[in-house]
Design a protein around this ligand. Structure first.
Ligand code: SF4
Length: 233
C-alpha cells in the first residue's frame, strides 16, 4: 500500500474493494436500507478512522455496523454502540459533544482517534479471518502515522486481537478481558467489553465501567487534561 498521510490513507481505505463478501454486503445493505432510514443515502463503503490526527489514545473497535457507520460513513456513528462510546468519550473530555449522529454533526475528538479492526460492515458483525487479515494493514499504517500514540483501547476481543497483531506483539499474548492491560514496547494496550447493545442491555458493560477504563487510559497515557468540551476551532 502507498500513502504518507492520514488523508491519503483514508482515501485509500474508502475506495477499497479487496473483500468480495463484504463489498457485496455493505452495498446490498445500502440499497435495501432499514425502513427508518429509507430516505437516507447510505455510505455503503469502507469507513476510515476518525478523530485527532495526532492522538495519544486510539480506540480500536470491531467493524462498522450495517445501519450505523455503514449508513453515516463515520466510525461508531449512528448506532447504539456509538451512542455509548461517544458519550463516554465526552465525559472523559475527549469528545466535543455526547451525541454522534452523522458526519456533519460537528463532533471533534481531542487527543483521541477511533478506528476499527475491519473497515467494512460484515454480516452478523462477524468478519471472517481472511477479511480481518486483509484489513489489518490499514490499522498498522494508521498507527504508524500517529507517532504520539501511547494507549490503545480495544473494544472487544476482535479489537484486542487486531491491536496485538497490528503491533506485532510477542507471544504469549495477554488475554482479553474488561480492564485487561498490557505493556507493549512504548504503548499500553487496554481492553474493554464492546459497547454493543447486548453488552449494555445486560449490564455486562455499564457507562461507569467504560468511564473507568478511559480514566485508566488517561492515567497510563498521561494525556492532556484540557477538555474537548471547550474546543471551538
Ligand atoms: S474489510 Fe478492509 S480490506 Fe476488506 S474491502 Fe473493506 S476496507 Fe478493504
Amino acid at each position: 500500500m502507498t500513502g504518507s498521510s492520514l488523508a491519503a490513507l483514508e482515501a485509500e481505505i474508502v475506495s477499497c474493494r479487496a473483500c468480495p463478501r463484504l463489498v457485496a454486503w455493505r452495498e446490498e445493505v445500502g440499497r435495501v436500507k432499514r425502513r427508518a432510514f429509507a430516505d437516507q443515502e447510505y455510505w455503503a463503503r469502507p469507513v476510515p478512522g476518525f478523530g485527532d490526527p495526532d492522538p495519544w489514545l486510539v480506540v480500536v473497535g470491531l467493524a462498522p455496523s450495517a445501519h450505523g457507520a455503514n449508513r453515516t460513513g463515520r466510525v461508531f456513528t449512528g448506532d447504539p454502540s456509538g451512542d455509548v462510546l461517544f458519550s463516554a468519550l465526552w465525559r472523559a473530555g475527549l469528545a466535543s459533544q455526547p451525541e454522534s449522529t452523522g458526519r456533519g454533526d460537528g463532533m471533534r475528538l481531542r487527543g483521541c482517534r477511533v478506528a476499527a479492526a475491519v473497515r467494512c460492515a460484515p454480516p452478523d458483525n462477524r468478519p471472517a479471518p481472511d477479511e480481518r487479515s486483509r484489513c489489518r494493514p490499514y490499522l498498522v499504517r494508521e498507527l504508524s502515522l500517529c507517532p504520539g500514540v501511547r494507549v490503545l483501547l480495544a473494544l472487544g476481543a476482535v479489537g484486542w486481537d487486531a491491536a496485538l497483531r497490528a503491533l506485532d506483539a510477542p507471544r504469549p499474548w495477554p488475554r482479553f478481558g474488561h480492564g485487561s492491560e498490557a505493556r507493549l514496547g512504548d504503548l499500553w494496550l487496554l481492553g474493554s467489553y464492546h459497547p454493543s447493545p447486548q453488552n449494555v442491555s445486560t449490564g455486562r458493560l455499564t457507562p461507569a465501567m467504560l468511564d473507568g477504563v478511559l480514566a485508566r487510559a488517561r492515567a497510563l497515557g498521561r494525556g492532556p487534561s484540557s477538555s474537548a468540551h471547550e474546543q471551538d476551532d
